[in-house]
Design a protein around this ligand. Sequence first.
Ligand SMILES: *Cc1c(COP(=O)(O)O)cnc(C)c1O
Length: 717
Amino acid sequence: MNDHNLERPRLPEPISGLWEIAMNLSWRWNPRARYLFRRLDRPLWHRTRHNPVAILQRVDPGRLARLAEDADFRRLHDEVLATCRREESREGTWMAAEHPEFGDRPVAYFCAEFGLHNSVPIYSGGLGVLAGDHCKAASDLGVPLVGVGLLYVKGYFDQTIRLDGWQEDMEAAFDPASTPLVPVPGPDGGRVVARLEVNGHDLAIGAWKLRVGRVPIYLLDTELEENRPEDRQLASRLYPGGRLERLQQEWILGAGGVRVLRAVGVDPAAWHANEGHAAFMLLERVRERMERGSTWEEAVERVRATSVFTTHTPVPAGHDIFPLEQVEACATRLLDTPGMSPARLAELGRGLEGPGGFHMTALAIRLSGGLNGVSETHGRVTRRMWHPLWPGRSVEDVPVGHITNGVHLSTWMSHSLMEFLDGHLGAGWVHRLADPALWDAVRGLDDEGLWRVHKRRKETLLAFVREQARHRWAEHWGDSGHLVGAGTLLSPDALTIGFARRFAEYKRADLLFRDADRLRRLVTDPRRPVQVVFAGKAHPADDQGKRILQRVYEAARDPGFEGRIAFLEDYELHMAHRLVQGVDLWLNLPRPPLEACGTSGMKAALNAVPQLGTCDGWWAEGYEGSNGWQIPLAPDEEDVDAWDARHLYELLEERVVPLYYEGEHHAAPRGWVAVMKEALRVGGSRFTARRMVREYVSDYYIPARRGTPDGLPVEAG
Ligand SMILES: *Cc1c(COP(=O)(O)O)cnc(C)c1O
């Protein structure tokens, strides 16, 4: 703890609030706060990748002294500080106005990943970014929410690509001292906040607190002196090597997370397990009740009544199944609780395959009264998938609902577009997101103005691409093929397609290459060229994903594509912002029905960037005909990949390219801009995290707080 305080810089009194502002991630979505830190030191703002804590630790004291004398800067500082403090209370928020009866007891939101800012890299992809956006929207709405996760000091890996296109995974540790993380003191003032039995011995658990506007997130940490050396790293790797390590992490997150909340005096009214990784949270609460004298049945019933579980994937590999003996060995002390038994534990974790494995999703389903998938399609797929757990019911009556994911508008929409909308929709429109008339008004936006805003974002993206290519070239390669492959030859005038996400096989980054000659003709058309920017990481253990990445990378270096295909290394939040704001078209090609939802296309839509995608995840419900393009579902007898590739080429050749290049040189292409406006209208009215969190409150949190989620019977088999 003292170490951390040493990192706290000395600031001149008139601007000493800078530290307070930097220590709450709400600066991230407050444009005035971003401006404040940019003004503080522009080169450092860029060099630290927008990390205010690191800027304050490194900025020249002389500069601070001068700024403390600058009346303009002081006014800006005071204004931002006042906003920051106003947001300490929930007064005047949507929750306070609409649901005052909910009170202050929070919803505990457990998730194995949180993607909040690139300076805190404790996420690997969509699930984490979604959890981050959930917390931000809960803060905006005044929903009392407390996050619980793990502090992976060795978080996200750095990706570099070898000359032959193979991904190298470099484990990268980050330093909590250069982030807004604050260590939580334990009951005796030390670092130990709670204790948990893991595989028969005691583990000490520490915690860090991260403030995200009004929402605190507790991140658990086992790197404590008193832990055995082999246990210290248990919670510290985002990609643990083995299954046992992963099981122990989930045990720490779920069971340890409940104990940490108890230790710091948080008393949740409702509990949300976001994905099966967090399901031990439910089991620990059953144990607590039995320890206090409840019967097994009572304990299970009470936990169910106050719990919500969200499942995020229909892909089998996305569901954790552990060997039953491993779970029993990990939870020996749990099994000592009177009334608990190996048979009961086995029954709770029994999957569809029968006994033997311990299925985390099945555990979560049995212990949660509120259950949902994350898009309309995914809700349906999930009901079908888990139907055997409700043998007496028809598939339609399986009590799994859906809430379609959404993204945090002020995080993802570019500042220039927000300013442009201020001019047309009136300042304060961000507080009227739920008003449909607001989004209808988008249709009346000035074409030329919107096009200019977009072109600027595109130039910013290309400048970012060149800068990144320059660094990589100098640092690692000096190889011209890489320089081209990294996007240095991209042109601001060509139709630019973005494809960025994890390189999982079902996402099909290589679908575009199925007919390489046809792609080549599109890309090298002298009058109407197309360029494609790829980014994304393969999971370190996913060789199939790495082979797809290699294929894309080879194309990026292939002179036959004339430098119009680029692969950007090291995809993360910072780059994701640049991409969704700066490309012309977002491409999303999951093989239906494997994409539960997908959120990057929503981020693009909020920047008036339309999507071309398969009929899956959010696009199955988000495509309205006017806001982008959709590949129709393949009939049963067709080869899905062949069908989808053919439609992809046809849509690009016959619809997308002609529309983009229609009209006078330099003037806004009217038909294209009309699609952009529709993308923005649909994205803004239907796919924000604000809409999503409001639905969680009314459909799940309020019933869970009452202890009767949705009136669902307690009978899952
Ligand atoms: C939004 C986001 C994702 C998830 O994108 P999908 O479309 O759901 O695949 C992954 N990584 C980063 C960095 C993101 O910002």
